[in-house]
Design a protein. Structure first.
Length: 376
């Protein structure tokens, strides 16, 4: 029966089992906070000088391999290598090659600015399961404005096309902010023309790991504008009928009124963080996910296995806001623990930005549908 299932179904099945049994099946190694770009909304980027001033250091290739060896014994299978920009990590190729030889299914997150023809040839010989490339705009001007990279779009387009020609599996991500929203249609056309999956979002987590005072803040849209951009993304990618259905479904499941009374327990963590997945930061802390800096355990003070057990225990104890548990909109809102934590600085307080976003969604969908009707 298992042999008939597609790879993604099999992974889903394994992940569910891992959730129940607390197996760390899926992990991310954030190799470095350093990056070839400097995006305004970034939660992690540091310069070499910032790293030096912090008194911390990157983990060595051997340290990462030691962590990987131990977690492989515990069931680690899916490994994401990210940064910053992972291709800036010294020893990236050595580490990647050895991790691949150990049998991990590896994906890479990259901005693609350092993927030249020689790197593409190397990746062709040693293909990852997938390379996820974040696209920040549809022109060099936008890359300059948002990422402070003067030729970003040209360089990234060359890399994407070369990777596709080499048969490497590419997926695109896009963070839509006030600085690149004018390129949205062009970005979607770009992915369609190249037959690439594009995951675009206008919701930006507050970058708490970079700036502890940024609770509930980022270089991002107001909730009403975020709702409009999300609706436009849906319209452009899935069409009118889908947006209409979504709009009607959101209208039927209204967010809880701000002054509503309720009597229930908060839900537990809804995603896989701390159940079957973890994130290890460049300076060696194991977290539930990238956005939450607490709970977190320093791997220079304990083994990866001990850190994982503590993280599991902490994740189980987390209770999300009672308001969200009682809210009729929770399945469409899909607010996660990381959103709640970065929006409020705690796990049990209702994230007002998300509520305002949900409230604004039906009107945003209707206004896109009306605009498109008028344009026809
Ligand atoms: S490319 Fe990614 S890691 Fe680099 S600065 Fe931009 S958001 Fe941060
Ligand atoms: S954050 Fe979402 S689920 Fe929670 S109360 Fe607000 S609308 Fe409802």
């Amino acid at each position: 029966m298992i042999a008939q299932k597609g790879t993604s179904e099999l992974i889903e099945l394994l992940s569910r089992k891992s959730d129940i049994r607390g197996i760390p099946m899926s992990g991310t190694f954030e190799l470095t906070p350093m990056c070839s770009m400097n995006c305004r909304m970034c939660y992690v980027r540091m310069s070499a000088e910032d790293v030096e001033k912090s008194g911390k250091r990157l983990r060595t290739v051997d340290e990462w391999l030691e962590i990987a060896e131990e977690l492989k014994e515990k069931g680690l299978l899916l490994l994401l290598l990210t940064g910053g920009e992972p291709f800036t990590y010294p020893g990236f190729r050595e580490l990647y090659t050895k991790l691949r030889q150990m049998g991990f299914v590896i994906s890479i997150n990259s901005n693609a600015t350092l993927i030249d023809d020689e790197t593409v040839a190397w990746l062709k010989e040693n293909p990852p399961q997938r390379i996820n490339i974040t696209l920040y705009g549809a022109s060099d001007e936008t890359y300059m404005r948002l990422c402070q990279h003067p030729t970003g779009h040209t360089v990234v387009t060359h890399a994407i096309e070369a990777l596709q020609d080499a048969g490497v599996n590419v997926k695109l991500n896009c963070s839509v902010t006030p600085d690149n929203v004018s390129d949205l249609e062009e970005i979607i056309r770009y992915s369609d023309e190249r037959k690439l999956i594009l995951q675009a979002t206008s919701y930006m987590f507050p970058p708490l790991r970079k700036d502890a005072t940024s609770i509930g803040k980022n270089n991002r849209f107001e909730p009403e504008d975020c709702a409009k951009v999300e609706a436009r993304i849906r319209y452009l990618q899935r069409g009118r009928e889908d947006l209409l259905r979504y709009c009607e479904s959101v209208e039927q499941h209204c967010p809880l009124e701000d002054d509503a009374t309720f009597d229930c327990e908060g839900d537990g963590v809804r995603c896989r963080a701390g159940k079957s997945s973890f994130w290890i930061t460049w300076d060696g802390r194991m977290l539930m996910c990238a956005m939450m800096d607490t709970p977190g355990y320093d791997l220079s003070e304990m083994s990866p296995t001990e850190a994982w057990e503590k993280l599991r225990r902490d994740a189980k104890a987390i209770r999300l806001p009672k308001e969200c548990a009682a809210c009729d909109a929770k399945d469409t809102c899909r607010t996660c623990a990381a959103m709640i934590y970065t929006e409020t600085g705690t796990y049990d307080k209702k994230p007002q930005y998300r509520c305002d976003l949900m409230r604004a969604t039906p009107a945003a969908c209707r206004s896109i549908l009306k605009e498109e009707n008028e344009n026809e």
